[in-house]
Design a binder for this molecule. Structure first.
Ligand code: MSP
Length: 653
């Protein structure tokens, strides 16, 4: 096990009232890059994202759509989860606040705060904004609206309060003692000024709506959505005293947008102090994106759709652009011209060219086989090699410093300084000139080719967190073995082993031409539930199922089977009875609900995926010994098919 400190990185959990847009993708990709970076360094790493599903605005949105709040949450949470694969982000967990594992920890958190004497019943009056889920004082209103521009109404309610006022001094002292607790520094100053003005107790329950976690022993009050939501950061670890919590808390870095800084940098630490739990290590607030100079808004329909952006330029290029274009912490503008320029120049030309030139020359002069390592000070090591090596040493230091402070754009700049130095080295060393010297120049040519390939390898390893797919493609093309893909191996010069065999590389970043379609097609709101008796609407997206452990999955035995015979089921119109060869002594019989989709004769000879260890079950009088994998319903059902060449009985895993 690694002796480096554990690392835990989180994104905000996204409200289930919107489709994912570039702002959401931004935090997700930044957190994913950090997780990959720390994992590359060797830290035990855990990363979390998810959806925030309670509160009045979700309840209202569900009512408008004519569905239950849970159905609404299911429909809107699924796209956030699906987006992860599209983006190439791979968090360890996806938490939903409607999951029982979360609710349990929220209740425990409430009790801890109550036991600390920090929760009391009182009355509250003020201007309430449903959209912000927060009260505002008269002085805070701007032209009769919340500072965010949302509508407010005068509300009076009995509710539970949290003694935030008790924790101001302690929090301030913590911020002073931990200069990187809130970043960037300007945000820390903003929070300090806010605390210095004096913290007021806050209302932490609501009784005017139902969609939330009931206050323990005090139903009809529900727990304020921010107490609920913030607790996700520990509920996903199993809550205090769980093994994962013990391992990863408080090594947490919360990556958030600047709009939710106060909740994270004031409320959350105070809740934790009250509950007797340690504070996270860092809270980093990033800036906001505009699109072509304009604020993103639903009415303008100008929000950049991450799925469209990935379709246009690829997941790695989209990530690269977001992290390279603006300093993390500052606001930025998403413009097509800037996106195209970065993708075509920095990725296509600079990064792609380094790969192509190195591999083309290696193929031409050495049959694609890496020569023996050329190391600093070794025979023939000259000024050109020295300059490239200096660039490597400087870039490595800059990269590490930048990542420690979440300066992604500087980290990428540092890596690209090595890319630039590598491309320059091609001209400086001019392998094609050395090649003309024939056998006499062989050692010099080896050195030049090795040095170039080594720079390429280091660039490949360093970009693993930023271009997770393309960096692997680069290292594959170079033929770098696993031990030459580690951070350690890329920290010293000479890690590419002699004899590594390169393969011809596909173009990593093909040129992209505009204009690109980057916004969501004006999508209809999710289909409202049909009124009773009405024709059924399109089926809702399936509710995501909770994550399972590998051990759970491993219990399922999936096998290739070949259909030997198929006939209608004697007693059920919906079913076909299939005889399958699953590579066993005797054929199996399986009943499948695909009669509306397939004629029996069409099935004979097909290779299908069989769940082979499902307990046998009698279906309308016929014993069915397993189940076939399929998608879709009724006439639209389709069997999952297995490519030819795999024998009956082969395990699918
Ligand atoms: N549910 C809360 C967070 C609870 S965390 C315990 C929430 N959700 S949100 O869906 O409205 O926003 C999620 C994140 O998206 C926030 O960090 C917010 O800053 C970010 N962004 C929303 N629009 C954005 C841009 N235009 N640009 C960059 N990020 C933006 O708040």
């Amino acid at each position: 096990m690694s002796d480096l400190t554990p690392f835990y990185v989180t994104t905000p959990i996204y409200y289930v009232n919107d489709h994912p847009h570039v702002g959401h993708a931004y935090t997700t990709l930044a957190a994913d890059t950090l997780a990959r970076w720390r994992a590359l360094l060797g830290h035990p790493t855990y990363s979390l994202t998810g959806t925030d599903e309670h509160g009045q605005k979700i309840e209202q949105a569900a009512r408008r759509a004519g569905v239950t709040p849970q159905e609404h949450a299911d429909r809107y949470s699924a796209p956030f989860r699906a987006l992860l694969a599209t983006l190439g982000a791979a968090p360890d967990d996806f938490i939903r606040t409607t999951e029982e594992r979360h609710k349990e920890v929220v209740r425990a958190m409430w009790r801890r705060m109550e036991e600390a004497g920090d929760v009391y019943l009182s009355h509250y009056e003020g201007w309430y904004s449903v959209s912000d889920e927060a009260y505002f004082t008269e002085e805070e209103l701007v032209d009769g609206k919340a500072p965010t521009g949302s509508e407010v109404t005068w509300m009076k309610e009995e509710g539970y309060f949290f003694r935030l006022s008790r924790y101001g001094a302690r929090l301030l002292a913590h911020i002073e003692a931990h200069p990187t607790f809130i970043m960037p520094q300007s945000r820390a100053n903003e929070i300090k000024r806010f605390i210095e003005q004096g913290l007021q107790d806050i209302s932490i329950s609501r009784s005017t709506f139902r969609w939330g976690i009931p206050v323990p022993d005090h139903d009809p009050h529900v727990i304020y959505v921010w107490v609920d939501a913030l607790t996700n950061y520990i509920s996903a670890l199993g809550g205090p005293s769980a093994e994962r919590y013990e391992r990863f808390w408080p090594y947490a870095w919360h990556i958030i947008g600047k709009d939710i800084l106060r909740f994270h940098a004031v409320y959350w630490p105070c809740f934790l102090m009250s509950a007797g739990l340690p504070l996270p290590e860092r809270i980093f607030a990033h800036g906001w994106w505009t699109v072509e100079g304009e604020k993103m808004s639903k009415s303008k329909g100008n929000a950049v759709d991450p799925t469209a952006a990935v379709a246009a330029v690829g997941a790695d290029a989209f990530r690269y652009f977001l992290l390279r274009e603006v300093a993390f912490g500052a606001d930025g503008d998403f413009s097509q011209s800037a996106l195209l320029a970065r993708v075509n120049n920095e990725l296509g030309n600079d990064y792609g060219n380094l790969l192509n030139r190195a591999l083309n020359m290696l193929a031409k002069y050495r049959g694609g086989v890496a020569p023996a390592p050329a190391r600093p000070g070794g025979s023939g090591w000259g000024a050109a090699e020295g300059a490239l090596h200096d660039a490597f040493v400087a870039a490595r230091a800059d990269l590490c410093a930048a990542m420690e402070e979440l300066r992604f754009h500087d980290a990428l700049r540092a890596i690209w300084s090595l890319v630039g130095a590598g491309n320059k080295y091609v001209g400086d060393s001019a392998p094609w000139v050395i090649a003309r010297r024939g056998a006499e120049g062989a050692a010099d040519l080896d050195r030049a080719l090795y040095t170039l390939c080594e720079a390429l390898r280091v660039v490949g390893v360093w970009t693993l967190p930023f271009l997770p797919t393309k960096a692997v493609a680069l290292l594959d093309a170079l033929g770098a073995p696993p031990e030459a893909r580690t951070w350690e191996s890329a920290s010293a010069w000479g890690g590419l082993p002699a004899g590594a065999q390169a393969a011809p590389a596909a173009v990593l970043f093909p040129r992209v031409e505009g204009p690109l379609a980057l916004t969501r097609a004006p999508a209809p709101a999710p289909v409202p539930a049909p009124a009773l008796g009405a024709a059924p609407a399109a089926p809702p997206a399936p509710a995501p199922k909770p994550l399972i452990e590998y051990e759970d999955f491993a219990k399922v035995s999936l096998r290739v089977a070949v259909v030997l015979a198929a006939e209608p089921h004697p007693n059920a119109e919906r079913l076909l009875t299939l005889t399958l060869d699953a590579g066993e002594e005797r054929p199996r019989t399986v009943c499948a609900g695909i009669a509306a989709a397939y004629a029996p004769a069409d099935l004979v000879g097909r290779r299908v995926a069989l769940v082979s260890n499902l307990a046998p079950r009698k279906l309308r009088g016929v014993m069915s010994e397993g189940m076939l994998l399929a998608a879709g319903e009724g006439a639209a059902a389709r069997l999952v098919e297995v490519p030819a060449g795999l024998p009956a009985g082969a395990e699918i895993k």
